[in-house]
Every structure is written in structure tokens, then in C-alpha cells.
Design a protein around this ligand. Structure first.
Ligand SMILES: Nc1ncnc2c1ncn2[C@@H]1O[C@H](COP(=O)(O)OP(=O)(O)OP(=O)(O)O)[C@@H](O)[C@H]1O
Length: 213
């Protein structure tokens, strides 16, 4: 089976003193939900950001959706097909209302205002938070913001979801909703052990030295 995403010998350092990855090889296949487990600061978020081109590795081959990705245009395409839900929802939400935020992605992909609104409302309803639509984004609680941020990504109908610690701050009911929705798409998820056991189809471990096992 061809991987959806493949890292081959990827090396990355924020500073010369702090090498996060050296010669990293990882493959993500279309039929899996890949969990990434590792201690704080080991590089889980960095891995997701490399994958969508928000960070540029020193050495790399990153293949995504059947093509080697190098240029900004390449990664623009990747970001449309691989929906990254940031660890901090404030990085994802910037519109006055939740509906504006959720409709923004579909609008940006060329849908009409009416269609974008329809998709946004449907996606909010699918996560059981249809009543969030008219709420003022900055007044949402932490957990509500995380759910809203997830919906902004789901509304773009990505081929794969990249989730950075998705259940942090969510209550049991919201976690259950998330679980129900998440079972339908290929994913890469950075998270703690417990969520992974329930959710991931394969897990890889990353150590503080930046080595995947
Ligand atoms: N912009 C940056 N500049 C310099 N160092 C950074 C930067 N961002 C992250 N780092 C460092 O890179 C390493 C990996 O960080 P990263 O956020 O990827 O870890 P993580 O595994 O996602 O951590 P956590 O579980 O705490 O979210 C850490 O040592 C971190 O301090």
C-alpha cells in the first residue's frame, strides 16, 4: 500500500545546539490512525508542523499524497488535504463568531457564502455543537474553543487529520463526541498513552533524543 505521508531521513533543528530530529523515517498509511507518544519537548508538535510545511527541515524528503513536497506551493496543497488542529485553539480561531470561523475554510476553498455556511452548520451539528454557531469566539471556554477549532478543520473535509493533543481540556461528553467523529478519517495524533490505546491503530514513540522507535 502506498503511504499517504512519508518522511525519509528528515533532520531538523531550531538552533544549532538543539537537534530535534536526525534522519527521521516515518510512514503514515491511508487505513490507519497513527499515534505519536513522547515526553514533553520531544518533538511531537514539531513533527506535525514539519509535515505541513510550517517548519522547514535542514535535510529532508517529505512525500505527501504521492508527491515529493518541497516548495511553498507544494505545502499549500498539503495543508488543504492534511488538516492540522493546533494544540492552542487561539492559533486557529480569529473570526468574531464561531460560524464565521468554521465557514472561513470552505469559503477560502472557493465555496459560495451560502454553501460555506451550510457546510459549517452541518459540521458543527455533527460534533453536537450546533448551538455554538452564533457565539462570540473569544468568549468560549478553553474546551469549547478546542472543539470549535477542530470543527474549523473538519469543515474543510481534509483527507487526513493531524491532531495535536486533541482531548486536552475536553470533558468526558466532548471526548466521546470527538471519538465518534474521529473514527472516520485517517489521522496522525500526538497524545498521551490513554487516548491512544482507545483510538490509535498504531503508535510510535519519540524519545527526548528525537529518536522514533
Ligand atoms: N520556536 C522554537 N524555537 C526554539 N526551540 C523550540 C521552538 N519550538 C519548540 N522548540 C523546542 O523543540 C523541542 C520540541 O518541541 P515540541 O513542541 O515539538 O515538543 P512536544 O513533544 O510537542 O512537547 P509537548 O508534549 O510539551 O507539547 C523542545 O525542546 C522545545 O523547547
Amino acid at each position: 500500500m502506498t503511504p499517504l505521508i512519508e518522511f525519509e531521513q528528515v533532520s531538523f533543528a531550531y538552533t544549532p545546539e538543539r537537534q530535534v530530529f536526525s534522519g527521521l523515517n516515518v510512514r503514515v498509511f491511508p487505513d490507519e490512525r497513527l499515534g505519536i507518544i513522547g515526553p514533553n519537548g520531544s518533538g511531537k508538535t514539531t513533527f506535525l508542523h514539519l509535515l505541513v510545511g510550517l517548519l522547514k527541515p535542514r535535510k529532508r524528503t517529505i512525500r505527501a499524497f504521492g508527491k515529493i513536497r518541497r516548495s511553498e506551493q507544494d505545502f499549500y496543497e498539503v495543508r488543504i488535504r492534511a488538516g492540522l488542529v493546533f494544540q492552542d485553539a487561539d492559533d486557529q480561531l480569529f473570526c468574531p463568531t464561531v460560524l464565521d470561523d468554521v465557514a472561513f475554510g470552505p469559503l477560502n476553498l472557493g465555496k459560495t457564502a451560502g454553501k460555506a455556511r451550510e457546510v459549517a452548520l452541518q459540521t458543527l451539528a455533527a460534533l453536537g455543537i450546533g448551538d455554538f454557531a452564533g457565539r462570540i469566539t473569544y468568549k468560549l471556554s478553553y474546551g469549547e474553543k478546542r472543539l470549535a477549532a477542530l470543527v474549523t478543520v473538519l469543515s474543510m473535509q481534509p483527507d487526513i487529520l493531524l491532531l495535536d493533543e486533541p482531548t486536552n481540556g475536553l470533558d468526558e461528553r466532548s471526548k466521546q463526541r470527538l471519538n465518534d467523529v474521529l473514527h472516520t478519517l485517517p489521522q496522525v495524533i500526538s497524545h498521551g498513552q490513554e487516548f491512544m490505546q482507545a483510538h490509535a491503530t498504531r503508535t510510535i514513540h519519540i524519545t527526548a533524543n528525537g529518536i522514533f522507535q
